[in-house]
Design a binder for this molecule. Structure first.
Ligand code: FE
Length: 163
């Protein structure tokens, strides 16, 4: 009797742990076609991110690196479009809110939706990340144009333009 009880307990606790792990963390974001939606957060290991992203994109998005100014694909782009997270695809910025700054990085005076980004204190700066995959995008400064006075200074390589 005693022996059987001892055997059952670890099995039960094991099953519970698996059930807990299977519950994905979700987040509410704005989808440009569907409005507010609930999506799964993306959680990958370092090794999985390394496989999914190019080396430079991995360095910028997972290690908070900064691409060289004036070298990215979008800093001089002035057309329309939606800028999506290069790692997980959610819409982050709009061409409607983009302006040409002298910084050498794509600059926006607001995100497409505040729900879609995450802000985190980074020393004396404010880091901007994708809410879904927590990929590093860049920083936000208070020297931008009106109406917000903000400048979201974003690495081109963290974005993918769709029209
Ligand atoms: Fe993302």
């Amino acid at each position: 009797m005693k022996r059987r009880a001892w055997l059952l307990l670890p099995l039960a606790s094991c099953a519970k742990r698996e059930a807990f792990v299977a519950v994905a963390e979700t987040v509410r974001i704005v989808d440009i076609d569907r409005g507010m939606v609930t999506v799964d957060k993306i959680a990958k290991t370092k090794a999985e991110w390394r496989q999914a992203l190019s080396p430079t994109r991995y360095w910028v998005m997972r290690e908070a690196g900064t691409e060289q100014p004036f070298t990215g694909e979008y800093d001089k782009y002035e057309g329309p479009g939606v800028f999506r997270c290069a790692a997980c695809g959610i819409a982050l910025f709009s061409g409607d809110h983009k302006f040409i700054s002298s910084s050498g990085w794509p600059s926006f005076w607001q995100p497409l939706a505040p729900q879609n980004i995450l802000k985190r204190q980074d020393g004396d700066r404010t880091e901007v990340l994708c809410i879904r995959c927590e990929g590093h995008l860049g920083h936000v400064f208070d020297d931008g144009p009106q109406p917000t006075g903000l400048r979201y200074c974003i690495n081109s390589i963290a974005l993918k333009l769709t029209k």
